[in-house]
Design a protein around this ligand. Sequence first.
Ligand code: GLN
Length: 488
Amino acid sequence: MDFSSLTLHEALRLLEDGTTTSVALTQAVFSRIGAVEDRIKAYLAHNEELALQGAEQADALRAQGQGGPLCGIPLAVKDLLCTSDFPTTCGSRMLERFTPPYNATVVEKLHQAGVVITGKLAMDEFAMGSTNENCAFAVPENPWKAGYIAGGSSGGSAAAVAADECFGALGSDTGGSIRQPASLCGVVGMKPTYGRVSRYGLVAFASSLDQVGPLSKDVRDCALMMEAIAGYDPRDSTSINRPVPVYSQVLERGVRGLRIGVPTEYFGQGLDPEVETAVRRGIELLEQAGAEIVEVSLPHTQYCVAVYYLIAPAEASSNLARYDGVRYGFRAAGTDGLQEMYNRSRSQGFGDEVKRRILIGTYALSAGYYDAYYKKASQVRTLIKQDFETVFRQCDLIASPVTPTPAWPIGEKSDDPLSLYLSDILTLSANLAGIPGMSVPCGFTSAGLPVGMQLQAAHFNEEVLFQAGASLEQQLGIAAKKPVIGGV
Ligand code: GLN
């Protein structure tokens, strides 16, 4: 049997009953990487030797009746989470040779849970993008269709999970970067409530929006990974000190008695008819399972692209000021004087999209423009947040598409940044409001491309997302469907 195609929870059961070992699971994952990685290009770095050492330790611990809840499970992480065992490039030439001296809190938490880390996954440079085409080193491809985008910015994470190159992965989501690639690659992805998961050691893009979260093969795996990574961290000043629920315990609760809101604004112009059909059918299934469906309105949705594309670049322009060629990261050679060293290091180290964001953000924050752009955007952000507060008095969660369209061919929109920004319209609001959101597979287009359903809930109500996500998954029965990759 090929262990790599198992879900995380299936693999865990085989470890627990002694049918397999962490070493065997790790070997299976690396042989899968060997078979499909040329086509998928999900990893920026992997290390079989190191992973097998970790697996041997996990097996030894388990034999003694010790080890954490995920002891021996091979997982991979997006390349913007600091790891002292691997370089952390953020998909940028700027950090090409940077190996952090410490681990991100979530990486430490995975270690404590007993996880074996297989490697680091491709992403858009500094998490800016929706297609992964902005990665300086590799552009992952959609496991369901060669030559198609895996989505972004956590495209490597989604592609690796969909292609069985790990049992689950961590990504980050600033405006949709977990949910959108999860949707396009047919896996589950969760952006937790802002403050639920530590950002310590997550390389910052837009600090008031960034959150780390899991991408997984099914909803139960997502719950198990959330249990491992969530929780208070004194090293992240925005981390919230609140107990972590046992998410995997709510999966059987069903949706009877839940009110699910369907926002009119999320089914508007530009929505692909096949995406709409799949999502509406999923909503019908939830209704048949006992949920009450109510139509709701989020009237400020139309402003979220404008608001996000001011606030995120503004924060990015400040966060990325640290890459000046002095302390770490890329430094241009042979420059004459400090100013030229700064200029050339940043010009050569950053790609076009990152430069575009730094320019927009610096402009929006500059004296004379701050009130008109950044301050106004912050005010409208509050209105977007209030929309959700109103809606969550009428329903327990919201169901919608994740993205207006399925995946598209690599290169199709790469020279049209505005159309890419617009394609984020359905995911940005959750980050602006700080609420949790989840993408759960809900069907396929006639061309065989996956479609996800987005579920969103009030702050710290991840449990209701797990409840509804598990119910949908169970009724659809598509979690086990796999892409065929180059005949394997
Ligand atoms: N696609 C969005 C952007 O380009 C979101 C990215 C993210 O969530 N990191 O900014």
